[in-house]
Design a protein around this ligand. Sequence first.
Ligand code: MN
Length: 488
Amino acid sequence: MKKYEFWFVVGSQLLYGEEVLKTVAQRAEEMASLLSEKLPYPVVYKVTAKSSDEISDTIKEANYNDNCAGIITWCHTFSPSKMWINGLANLQKPWCHFATQYNREIPNEEIDMDFMNLNQAAHGDREHGFIGARLRSSRKIIAGYWKDEDVHERLGKWMRTAVGAAFSKEMRVMRFGDNMRDVAVTEGDKVEAQKKFGWQVNTWAVGDLVSEMSKVTESEIDALMEEYKASYDIATDNIDAIRYQAKEEIAMEKLMKREKCSAFSNTFQDLYGMEQLPGLASQHLMSKGYGYGGEGDWKVAALTSVMKVMGENANGSSAFMEDYTYHLVQGSEYSLGAHMLEVCPSLAEGKPRIETHHLGIGMNEKDPARLVFEGKAGPAIVASLIDMGGRFRLIVQDIECVKPIMEMPNLPVARVMWKAMPDLTTGLECWITAGGAHHTVLSYDVTAEQMHDWANMMDIEYVHISQDTTVESLEHDLLVSDLIWKLK
Ligand code: MN
């Protein structure tokens, strides 16, 4: 990961004289330093903006600086917005307008016209807001006091999202083989994906992977086996199967590092020369931050990797997921999510077990080793990215994960159980109406608001299914949205 930072650009003007500008600069420095302590990425005070040239130069610099993941603006005094137009019109980085104020309270005794001239955020930020609206700029607006925890929480989430956008622009995806035959929803326009998201999606032959596997040494496998032993309980006597997964993991990671890829997809229909579908191998790679999509689903692979970066510590609890089956008992309705093998252990409650079982689907000569566990309880989201033809649509649904209500002792894969919002059947009708896929990214730490912001940064359609969604309102929104996106 790059050393990402955010630039703090504070609006003012020359009208008030040197003294005021000096105070503004000092305070901006103080605010940036506190925010840097509280937020996940540093805030660098860049300039007190007083002229069009100053703003244009700062924005040009921000566009070309790889470490700058976005700008945060705020107007301490009034800052006439026409001098912001030339700069903002060229801004290529995410923008947060932070509507705050240096002082928390109106000071009863101290307040006079000097105080009023210095502390003008209430009207300065409105002038600044107008130009954002007038330019139709994509921006995040966060209002609140700069020392408050809930404000730090929101700014932090926006920062993580902006880093997700920066990461996305450099992402490379390695496809082993093509998509599963005849499947529609895993298809998509890779040229459009690169234009919108920056994703470079390319294919490598499974033969390249098999050849790389043949070069993996026993001592490399021994070292990875130690990592497996430290992280997981080994609940099988079939050590050879685990060592084979280790060999697959080492080879895949070498290829991805060589090609600077951070996500990959494969398919059970194309494992030529391999004894097992990578299960444990893919799961352990995911825990290290690699995105994965089954059946050649490169869109979900890339989105998983981006959402991991947007989560806690830049490798959050986000993972490739698939809707598998329902529990339709009235009043106790649940969805069960899993996959053939490949569920990321970042979702696990407790220590995952390594097991080996027969896998009937695909070309497995041997029983593949995989991690088996239950998902954590807690609020989460599922996100699906689909290609509507001419545009991408991101669908996000709020869910509440629960401890699975039964043990399912014969289910040989990791599983997550949840309640969908607003309820299972309404949520399902909404999901199907919007065209959401069976493959999703499930995340415990990336919020729907972050995904909305990310969709705005990427300039794609966003659909949110929440506690308040009805099928009727959603149908109406999709109809309007379809018209708008055809015009865009
Ligand atoms: Mn699948």
